[in-house]
Design a protein around this ligand. Structure first.
Ligand SMILES: Cc1cc2nc3c(=O)[nH]c(=O)nc-3n(C[C@H](O)[C@H](O)[C@H](O)COP(=O)(O)OP(=O)(O)OC[C@H]3O[C@@H](n4cnc5c(N)ncnc54)[C@H](O)[C@@H]3O)c2cc1C
Length: 490
């Protein structure tokens, strides 16, 4: 059964404004959803065990109820109910979204997609179909066993769809492009309640918008991606280094030297961090090279010559890129429920003086704010050739020419420190803005790295917004999907 597009239109006359309680909503869903779906109220003892927890507890949405549907029809019914009763709702994939805009959902309905967790791989067709909540950790093993690889991000706990719908960057992006570039089709429930297939031949207008602004139009229950045969027999060099802060200029100069000539198989991650036992402020860096060890070492030889105070250069299976590289920081990146203030910016050039200024700034922050010493400021840099080989106008994603990204994560343990964390984040971002190389005065940021204060021009650009707004009017005219770095009402 499919709820037709026109039903929501008719229902809009029936929208009721009286408040519903969690138990009332639960009672309705228990009667009307499939009997394999599950429903949890926040005060129930098993709530946090059975529902997907958020990575960021700061500016988080709050819910009167969490519903875990099992069928597409369940998803349609939940959206329909929320619409009629004027209750805000949010879909949860991996729960790693951290934008401050998410707290616009208060006392809402969570559509936890946790039961949409299937992964199936077609070895001959080179495709993978995943459910809406599948995380990177769920696909790497099965793909590797099938002799296939995929572009993955920096954290195994991130939802694939959550990353894909905004773009999806990571260390195999130089070889295979953005995660969204591997998409072949989507099955989704739109903001009009319709269940549709979206691909280059089915709803091609929406297909354009889903790739770069996909959170604005509906909930994806399953997606099919292209996957790739192994590069270098599924093995890659992972090189982890720790440098003293005093060596920062050489490290940044090394990264800058790859501008315009980054090998597709190479990726660079550099982070400023703090650790008392390493002498305070230091840098850690990871380099992935998908090829023979000797070739990888030849690329990073200038850094080995700098004599980092710690190094680990090794070949690993690609399936372990997220979990083993970066000194295994993935285990920490997966921890949920802490407060984070996260800030990002696209970089179209690597400006060494700016990076040195950022290092000095973070050094001062660590000295001044002892409780921000878990904060890290990172730069990631992936070869842009394959990403740029797809014309800009083919997708809503607007930042194919960005060569790197700045990302600052300030973890803090007490909400009274939120304002201070914001101050640090805003100042750090302002250090990067003048030399980012952006061609506009908007704060341009890959939507999934956005703090949440940049606005639609910053996430989607003036160039793409008119077409995106038209799609919004067509596929989510009631602005139900408006809580994550969203397009604004016309
Ligand atoms: C530690 C960490 C590491 C990261 N590393 C990377 C990285 O290497 N590369 C990168 O590109 N990004 C990275 N990100 C950013 C990440 O892509 C975004 O935070 C993304 O939104 C997370 O998706 P999620 O499903 O885990 O989160 P959620 O909070 O569940 O979802 C985020 C948004 O996407 C929507 N959404 C999720 N699933 C669906 C679906 N099936 N259908 C429709 N909407 C959906 C949600 O409704 C919400 O609006 C990282 C984030 C963190 C916290």
């Amino acid at each position: 059964m499919n709820l037709s597009l026109s039903i929501f239109h008719l229902l809009s006359a029936l929208v009721v404004a009286y408040a519903q309680s969690g138990p009332e909503v639960a009672s309705y869903f228990r009667k009307h959803l499939s009997n394999t779906s599950t429903i949890y109220l926040p005060l129930e003892s098993n709530y946090s065990l059975e529902t997907t927890q958020r990575w960021n507890a700061f500016s988080a949405p709050t819910y009167m109820i969490s519903v875990k549907p099992t069928t597409d029809l369940d998803v349609q019914k939940i959206i329909e109910y929320a619409f009629i009763h004027n209750i805000s709702f949010l879909g949860t994939g991996g729960g790693h979204g951290y934008s401050v805009t998410l707290d616009t959902v208060q006392n809402g309905i969570e559509i936890d997609l946790g039961h949409f967790e299937t992964v199936s791989i077609d070895q001959n067709a080179n495709t993978m179909t995943v459910g809406g909540a599948v995380r990177f950790a769920n696909i790497t093993g099965p793909l590797y066993d099938a002799g296939k690889e995929f572009q993955v991000g920096a954290c195994s706990c991130v939802g694939i769809l959550g990353a894909t719908l905004g773009g999806g960057v990571g260390s195999y992006g130089g070889l295979h492009g953005l995660e969204m570039d591997a998409l072949k089709s989507l099955r989704m429930v739109t903001g009009t309640g319709s269940l549709i297939e979206v691909s280059s031949t089915s709803h091609p207008d929406l297909w354009w918008g889903m790739r770069g602004a996909g959170f604005n139009f509906g909930i994806v229950t399953s997606a099919t991606y292209q996957v790739y045969n192994f590069t270098h027999n599924g093995q890659a060099m992972s090189a982890d280094f720790r440098f003293h802060a005093s060596q920062n200029a050489s490290l940044y100069e090394f990264a800058r030297s790859f501008t315009g000539k980054m090998p597709d198989a190479f990726s660079i991650d550099i982070a400023i961090a703090y650790n008392e036992s390493f002498g305070g402020t230091y840098l850690f860096a990871n380099f992935i090279y998908v090829g023979p060890l000797e070739e990888g070492i030849a690329l990073i030889q200038p850094l080995i010559d700098l004599e980092p105070f710690d190094q680990n250069v090794t070949m690993i299976p690609w399936k372990d890129i997220e979990t083993s590289s970066r000194y295994g920081v993935d285990a920490v990146a997966c921890i949920k429920g802490n407060f984070h203030s996260v800030w990002g910016l696209n970089l179209y050039q690597i400006d060494v003086p700016t990076l040195i200024a950022a290092t000095n700034y973070m050094d001062a922050v660590y000295a001044q704010h002892v409780d921000f010493r878990f904060a890290f400021l990172a730069i990631d840099m992936y070869a842009p050739r394959v990403i740029e080989s797809i014309p800009d106008e083919e997708t809503a994603y607007p930042f194919r020419s960005a060569i790197a990204r700045f990302l600052l994560d300030i973890g803090f343990s007490n909400s009274s420190r939120a304002a201070a964390a914001s101050q640090v984040g805003r100042t750090a971002r302002s250090i990067f803005i003048p030399t980012s190389g952006a061609s506009t005065s908007n704060i341009e940021v890959y939507v999934n790295y956005g703090h949440g204060d940049e606005g639609p021009l910053g996430w989607y650009t003036e160039r793409k917004l008119p077409r995106l707004n038209k799609l919004k009017n067509r596929y989510d005219p009631h602005r139900l999907f408006s809580h994550y770095n969203a397009l604004e009402a016309d």
